[in-house]
Design a protein around this ligand. Sequence first.
Ligand SMILES: [Zn+2]
Length: 279
Amino acid sequence: MPWFKKDPPAEGPEPRKVRTEGLWIKCDGCRQIIWKKDLEANLQVCPKCGHHFKVEARTRLAHLFDGGAWTELDAELATSDPLEFIDQKPYQQRLEATKAATGLNDAIITAEGMLEGRPVIVCAMEYRFIGGSMGCVVGEKITRAIERAIETRRPVLIVSASGGARMMEGAVSLMQMAKISCALMRLDEAKIPYISILTDPTTGGVTASYAMLGDLNVAEPKALIGFAGPRVIEQTIRQKLPQGFQRSEFLLQHGMLDAVVPRTELKAWIARALEFFAG
Ligand SMILES: [Zn+2]
């Protein structure tokens, strides 16, 4: 038997095709075809099985802020490629391509606006920007957002979606973990609440710093949350890992999270939490 297959001979005219691409999407959870408008109306959660699709930073802000209105902070900040790093291609080139594709300068949008009538500052990570990796710009923007929150006494929400620290910025990216953690300590001393929202995926240095430092750490259902990947852990501890390891529900069961909240209920849940903090 040959390991390849020949294309079948062409027969007659091509069947008539109806152009539907762009209108429908296949759900990764239940494999059913969903109308994109239905998906959007349900905040990018499958109406059939509840699968949570990944959400872009802008969409996330539109979900959280009242009337989808916010004022962006520090939009102009961009990295300078401090190590002149080259992997498969120069970091500079990778940045240019990603900026063009996303319309963003880096992997986060920080913004202020209202959430159910309460002024808040929200930092939303953009996974499409080099895997939502945390480099000096993500670190600086979050730190500035926290400092602004201290000045204006507004609660802070950080929505994480990240593969961790940005390797192309080496130690500079790792330093952001300490920098943001210090800013969060000052926020805590000022008695201003911080809610960390962990979405799929939240891993590496982001999990090891601000994503787990919230007064409340809340995750979306079935999000991958961890530090190292499962293969690395299995090789290190020489044990098979349990089913569902590193998913939101498992972490909640083991005391690593305060709640797992579906996206459709998230805004109301946050509003209730903020009211509790304010009281
Ligand atoms: Zn589905």
